[in-house]
Structures are given as structure tokens and as C-alpha cells.
Write a protein that binds this ligand. Structure first.
Ligand SMILES: NC(=O)C1=CN([C@@H]2O[C@H](COP(=O)(O)OP(=O)(O)OC[C@H]3O[C@@H](n4cnc5c(N)ncnc54)[C@H](OP(=O)(O)O)[C@@H]3O)[C@@H](O)[C@H]2O)C=CC1
Ligand SMILES: O=C(O)CCC(=O)C(=O)O
Ligand SMILES: [Mg+2]
Length: 733
């Protein structure tokens, strides 16, 4: 491992990692011709678990995430980042079990840590849980958009859209009080308030508990504090369950338990308990004794009551009285409330909207759905989208314009950085954030069980974000909207930053500032006319909108260009805006067909090579990058993307075509004669052997395969499955 490779390609999980087994050898072969070093760093869930317990493993275990976390703070950084699992507790436990079965020495996940050793293990595991990678790597703000070629392809080959009817009963339900939105307070730190702050809970009896000490706050940082009332949440959930029953729709809950890894699993647990309230009322003690943690979901609960027929019977009785649930997998009986990480709001709601507002029910058919999004901060975006489509009918992807996003993300911005300062309040009292100079920055009266949190966004990332927005708007010359609500405390603080910068740069007229609901409608109206709009948003809307619009415009967010211009000069190139597509793994294992589309990897690779060309003045990298763009265009023009169906071309076929078009582009360019000479025979061989290669790739499909693990498959077996064409392998070797 050299200290600074030219490019780091991340080792991840699930479908994208399977794809890498086929694609990475091709990338390496081409990069080698230009003397470019590509190394991998392991940020997979399994890799991170092992790195958390290096002392218990045989041999050396590298902490690649820690290494990358430092590298992204240097101007040399050039990372191609694939999506990785942000694990919920059930996923983390499953991964630990698998690794233990493979012979790795790891402690179980301690649910109720008692001893010091258990507390230590729990702390190490909790650091891995949830979205533990992206916040570490994202030392810059986010620029996500569809490349022109990708957008054109989607317009010419529109995906299927469900029909939106004006009488659809699908709706969004959010709290009208007591939620994070209504309790939010926000302020910007002055110089004398900067320094280590503390968060203190003073119980109603007077006892003080320091919830967190040494919270480093800087001058100019925007600091928010808010809480979700547990009692109001429960009342809201109970009410919505009843209303859903009356409406005759599916009940669904949409959260982000992965990125909001402290707050949202607790909210999820409230939903599990409220849905099964009669069961918890009757058998609460027994369930507790059996080790049931409602935050882990129904899946974990059922596993713990296998031998308790009376509780099972009670659950069945209650379920009959409840509205039918939106299903994750109706064939397997996996409901919305089974696993907290199965229904991830950024992907789940847009997919439902793409399908005309329909979710899958227990009867394996699609129905109108009540979408419960307890916190009302961002729910209006979905509520307005649904209202708009009910009025106007579905969007037409063949004519729709596009929405780009400039997202405030750097340095754990906003809610997605709030985990260390989120608490489930143990006793009623008052929470205060106290600055180093003694100023009380925020104060809330809370009840036991309330979820209180503070979050920050620093000055430098805000200024960088506005500058990035100005740059992008200048490049596009189109509508650009800051999705900020002057009536929301946090957004009002951001507006105080944004307006003077726009004015000082003389570009204020090129931008609008609109609350999310209004911005949603305006943006849909703009893209309906075939035009482009730039959404300049905070971190959560960055996440939500870069799934919402791509899923409606392109059918998926996997095809997005996703660039993180690191604030210290490096580049982080994310592959698409979506996740690791767990269902694709199942299809591969059962039928040896991988429907994962690597277009996101192709786009990121082109950007990474072109960035290398600029940052290290590497002319060959530039040529390789331009050829990748030509290859990507070739894959689109000739429709070489994977099919969903077994027996048809899959991910591996698309890699063959990608390699071929890449080699052809290199052979035919005239900027670098050495590269042209080297790739001419490669291009010829790939063309001459087309029938053999395609035959070998297709011959492999249709049978089940063994990769010896889900979270930590065997590298050789994975490689054998993903590289079934010896003819192709020989040409690439
Ligand atoms: N950047 C990151 O690291 C991210 C990581 N994640 C993680 O990914 C996991 C899954 O998240 P989830 O919310 O389900 O979102 P995904 O984006 O993984 O999946 C949603 C659906 O999108 C489709 N899809 C996604 N990517 C591709 C692709 N490249 N080619 C074809 N289809 C694709 C699949 O549809 P179909 O099944 O119909 O084929 C998939 O089931 C979680 O562990 C989550 O934490 C999520 C988002 C970003
Ligand atoms: O970090 C994660 O868990 C998911 C990230 C994500 O969804 C995104 O950035 O779009
Ligand atoms: Mg997302």
C-alpha cells in the first residue's frame, strides 16, 4: 500500500461490491497503461467491524475509514466512493454473526451492557452503526446532477410511470405540534460564545446531569436545538393508525433510521409500540424479559417470541384490527415495521410517487397509502409533490427538464451530524446548551422520553456552499432556488449568511429564496416546461431531493453524477445518489443475474480521472477520462445497460461493453499516441471475441451461486461468479 495512490476505489457491500468484482479489474487494466495507481480501501460494514476489534484478530487489520478520513482533508485526495451499508442494529448483529461464523473473534452486540468490557464493545459497535462512513468522508459540499447524456437518454427512453388520479387517497401525515419543526430554536455563535459548550439537563427536582461536555463550537457556527415530544408522537401515531383504517389505505412510516441513527430508531420504536399497543399493554413485562427492543422492529420481536404462542396470538388479533401495512416484501411477509433500515425515506417515498402514489400491500397488490412522516420539517416537500401530481397527473419523463442540487453537507452539517448530541431524555426537566462564557444558548422544557437534539453547521461550509451555488448557476444560467424557509429558525439564520454573499457578489437577482413547499411546486412547474432548476438546499433536502427528482426523471438515482469538491482541494466522486440495493444480491445468489447498473461508477470514474488530469497535471489521465465519457455515451447510445430479468444482459455484460467502448475511444483518439497504440489491439480483440464473451457471460446465468457470505463474501468465489468469461478475463489480463 503506497502512502498516496492516485485514486482510491472503495470496497463496499451488497450489489455495488459485486459489481466491483467485475468492473475494477477492467479499470485497473486501463489505468495501468497511464501509470495511474488505483488502490482499494475497505469501508464495508464487515471491514469496519473487524477494524473496530483489531486486537482480537489474527494478523494486521487496517482501519481504512480512519485513513480515508484523514486523506480527504488533503489536496491529493481522489476517492471513488461507492454506496455502503449504513447499518441498523439488526443488520449490524447479522453481520457480526456472519463474521463470527467465519471464525473471526468478535463480541456479540451488547444490548444492555453491564461490565466495562461490554460497555467498551457497545461503544465500538455504536460508532459503526448508521451512516458512519459518509459523514467522515464528506469534507466538502455536494454537487449532484444528471450528466447531459444520461438525461437525454432518459428523455428518449422514458421509464414507466404509475398513473396519478385526482381522487387518490394517498397522503402525507405529519405532526402539527410537538415535533422537531415546531420546537426548533437556532442562533449563530458570536466570538465570545465560541469554545467548549456543555449540554445540561436539570431535572424538575433540581438534579443536574451533564448530557455532553466539551461540544466544540466556533464563531459563526449556526447552532440549533429542538426536541420531539414522545407523548405527542404517540398520540399522533395512534390517531394516524385509526385514520388510515378509516381511509382504507395502507399504513406506512417513512424515516431515515440509518442517517438519523439515534433519533429515528427511537421514533420507529414508538411506531412499533403504538401499532401493537394492546400487545405491549398486556405483555410488556414479558416482552422486556424476553429481550425485545421495539426499536429493532417487528422482525427482531418475532424472533424473540418464537416460543410464546399466547403473545403471537395476541399480535395476530391486533393485526386484524389494524390497517393493512405497506410491505417491504409481501412475498416474504416483511412489513414496513420489520426492520428500521428497510424503509429509508429518501428512496421509499419517491418510489411510491413514481408508482402513482401506490405502495405494496400484504395482498401483493398496490394500494393508496398513508405516508406517516412524523416530523413536519421536510414532509411538506412530499405533501406538495403528491398534491401537485393529484392536480396535474404524473410527470412525463420524456419531456421533463431536470433538477440539479447543490447541498450543504460539509463537516457533518445540520441534522446528519447530530448523533453525538441527540438524547432520549431520562427525566422531565430543562435542557440547556451552555456556552463556554456561561451564556445559555438554547433552553427547552422536556418530558421523560422526549428526543432532544442539537446540531450545527459551520461558517466555512456555509460560505463554500453559497460559492458553489453561484458557480453552478453561472454555468447553467438557469433558475436557482435556495430552499430556505424564512419562518423556520434554522433557515432564517442561513438566510442571514446567504443574502449578503449574493449581494456582495452582485448575483442576488439570479437566485430566489423559497420555503420548501413553495420551492417544490415552483420546481415541478419549471421542469414540466422542460427547463432546468437548481435546488440549493441543506443536508437533509440534499439527500431527499437527489432521490426524489432523479427517481421521477430518470427512474432511479443510481445514474446521477455526484461530486463532492473537498474543501481542502481534493475530490470525492460518489457513484450515483442511491444505495447498495440489497434486493439485487438476492437475485444474483438465486439466479446469477445482477441487475445493478454501474452507470454511477462510470460517471464517477470519468470525473475522478479528469480531476487527476487537472490536480496532478496528468495528461494521460485526462485522455483516459475523456475516453470514459465516450464509453459511457456508448453504453447509453447502444442500450447496453443491465436488464432486470434473468437471462437478459446484466451488469457484467454492461462492463464488457464499457471496456470495449473505452478501448475503442482510446484507440481512436489522437492526443496520446502510446495509449492509442496500446488499446488498438485490446479494442480489436474485444470486438473479435464478442460472441464468445457474451456466450460465456450468458451461459453462467440462471443457476444459484455461492459467494460464501452476505456481508463478508469470499473474494475468490465472488470474483469467480462475477468474472465468468475467461475470454474477457484473458483480454483484460
Ligand atoms: N451513498 C451511500 O453510501 C448510500 C448508502 N445507502 C445504503 O444503501 C442501502 C439500501 O438503501 P435503500 O434506501 O434501499 O436505497 P437503494 O438506492 O439501495 O435502493 C432502492 C432501489 O433502487 C434501485 N437501485 C439503486 N441503485 C441501483 C443501481 N445501481 N442499479 C439499478 N437499480 C438500482 C433498486 O431498485 P430495484 O430493486 O427495483 O431494482 C433498489 O432496490 C442501505 O443500507 C443504505 O443505508 C443508501 C443511500 C446512499
Ligand atoms: O449515508 C447514508 O446512509 C446514506 C446517504 C444518502 O442517502 C445520500 O447521501 O444520498
Ligand atoms: Mg440519499
Amino acid at each position: 500500500m503506497s502512502e498516496t495512490p492516485d485514486i482510491v476505489y472503495t470496497t463496499v457491500d451488497e450489489a455495488p461490491e459485486l459489481a466491483s468484482a467485475s468492473l475494477l479489474p477492467i479499470i485497473r487494466r486501463f489505468a495501468k497503461a497511464a501509470g495511474i495507481t488505483i488502490e482499494t480501501r475497505d469501508i464495508s460494514l464487515a471491514g469496519r467491524i473487524l477494524a473496530a476489534f483489531p486486537d482480537r484478530q489474527k494478523g494486521e487489520v487496517r482501519d481504512d475509514l480512519a485513513w480515508l478520513g484523514e486523506w480527504v482533508k488533503t489536496p491529493e485526495a481522489n476517492v471513488i466512493k461507492l454506496p455502503n451499508i449504513s447499518a441498523s442494529t439488526p443488520q449490524l448483529e447479522a453481520a457480526i454473526k456472519e463474521l463470527q461464523a467465519q471464525g473471526y473473534d468478535l463480541p456479540d452486540y451488547p444490548h444492555e451492557p453491564g461490565t466495562d468490557a461490554e460497555k467498551d464493545a457497545r461503544a465500538r459497535y455504536d460508532a459503526i452503526k448508521g451512516s458512519a462512513v459518509n459523514p467522515v468522508l464528506r469534507e466538502g459540499n455536494s454537487d449532484r446532477r444528471a450528466a447531459n447524456a444520461v438525461k437525454k437518454f432518459a428523455q428518449n427512453n422514458p421509464h414507466r410511470m404509475g398513473e396519478w388520479k385526482s381522487d387518490s387517497k394517498t397522503r402525507v401525515a405529519s405532526m402539527s405540534g410537538g415535533d422537531f419543526r415546531s420546537n426548533e430554536k437556532s442562533m449563530t455563535l458570536s466570538a465570545d460564545q465560541a469554545g467548549p459548550a456543555k449540554i445540561v439537563l436539570t431535572a424538575d427536582g433540581g438534579t443536574e446531569t451533564v448530557l455532553k461536555d466539551g461540544v466544540q463550537l466556533h464563531e459563526g457556527t449556526v447552532l440549533d436545538a429542538t426536541f420531539m415530544s414522545a407523548s405527542k408522537l404517540d398520540a399522533f401515531l395512534a390517531d394516524e393508525i385509526a385514520k388510515t383504517k378509516e381511509d382504507g389505505t395502507l399504513f406506512s412510516l417513512h424515516l431515515k433510521a440509518t442517517m438519523m441513527k439515534v433519533s429515528d430508531p427511537i421514533i420507529f420504536g414508538h411506531a412499533v409500540k403504538t401499532f401493537l399497543k394492546p400487545v405491549f399493554d398486556k405483555y410488556g413485562d414479558e416482552l422486556k424479559a424476553a429481550g425485545v427492543d421495539p426499536n429493532g422492529g417487528l422482525g427482531a420481536l418475532y424472533a424473540k417470541i418464537e416460543n410464546k404462542p399466547e403473545i403471537k396470538a395476541e399480535i395476530e388479533k391486533v393485526m386484524v384490527e389494524r390497517p393493512p401495512m405497506y410491505m417491504v416484501n409481501s412475498a416474504k411477509g416483511i412489513t414496513n415495521l420489520h426492520v428500521p433500515s428497510d424503509v429509508i425515506i429518501d428512496a421509499s417515498i419517491p418510489a411510491l410517487i413514481r408508482d402513482g402514489g401506490k405502495g405494496w400491500g400484504p395482498d401483493d397488490a398496490q394500494h393508496d397509502t398513508t405516508c406517516v412522516i412524523p416530523d413536519d420539517t421536510y414532509a411538506p416537500v412530499y405533501d406538495e409533490t403528491i398534491a401537485y401530481f393529484k392536480e396535474t397527473g404524473a410527470l412525463d419523463p420524456s419531456t421533463a427538464g431536470t433538477v440539479q442540487n447543490i447541498g450543504l453537507m460539509a463537516q457533518k452539517a445540520e441534522e446528519y451530524g447530530s448523533h453525538p448530541t441527540t438524547f432520549e431524555i431520562p427525566t422531565a426537566g430543562t435542557v440547556r446548551v451552555i456556552a463556554s462564557n456561561g451564556d445559555v444558548l438554547h433552553e427547552h422544557a422536556v418530558e421523560a422520553g422526549d428526543i432532544w437534539r442539537a446540531c450545527t453547521v459551520k461558517k466555512a461550509p456555509i460560505e463554500d456552499w453559497v460559492a458553489l451555488a453561484i458557480e453552478r448557476q453561472k454555468a447553467e444560467g438557469c433558475e436557482a432556488i435556495f430552499w430556505l424557509d424564512a419562518d423556520r429558525p434554522h433557515d432564517a439564520q442561513l438566510i442571514e449568511y446567504v443574502t449578503p454573499i449574493l449581494e456582495a457578489r452582485g448575483v442576488a437577482d439570479n437566485f430566489a429564496i423559497m420555503a420548501p413547499r413553495e420551492a417544490t411546486r415552483r420546481t415541478f412547474e419549471t421542469i414540466r416546461e422542460g427547463k432546468t432548476s437548481i435546488a440549493i438546499t441543506g443536508n437533509v433536502l440534499r439527500d431527499y431531493l437527489t432521490d426524489l427528482f432523479p427517481i421521477l426523471e430518470l427512474g432511479t438515482s443510481a445514474k446521477m453524477l455526484s461530486i463532492v469538491k473537498l474543501m481542502q482541494g481534493g475530490g470525492l466522486f460518489e457513484t450515483g445518489a442511491g444505495g447498495s440495493a440489497p434486493k439485487h444480491v438476492q437475485q444474483l445468489v438465486e439466479e446469477n443475474h445482477l441487475r445493478w447498473d454501474s452507470l454511477g461508477e462510470f460517471c464517477a470514474l470519468a470525473e475522478s480521472l479528469k480531476f487527476l488530469g487537472e490536480s496532478r497535471d496528468n495528461a494521460k489521465a485526462r485522455v483516459l477520462g475523456e475516453a470514459v465519457e465516450a464509453a459511457t455515451q456508448g453504453v447509453l447510445d447502444h442500450d447496453r445497460s443491465p436488464s432486470r430479468k434473468t437471462g437478459e444482459p446484466d451488469n457484467r455484460d454492461s462492463h464488457y461493453w464499457f471496456a470495449r467502448y473505452w478501448a475503442e475511444a482510446l484507440a481512436s483518439q489522437d492526443k496520446d499516441a502510446d495509449l492509442a497504440a496500446e488499446f488498438k489491439p485490446v479494442a480489436e480483440a474485444l470486438a473479435a471475441k464478442e460472441a464468445d464473451i457474451i456466450g460465456e457471460l450468458h451461459g453462467a446465468q440462471g443457476k444459484s451461486v455461492d459467494i460464501a457470505g452476505y456481508f463478508h463474501p469470499d473474494d475468490d468465489k465472488k470474483s469467480a461468479v462475477m468474472r465468468p468469461s475467461n475470454t474477457l478475463n484473458d483480454i483484460i489480463a
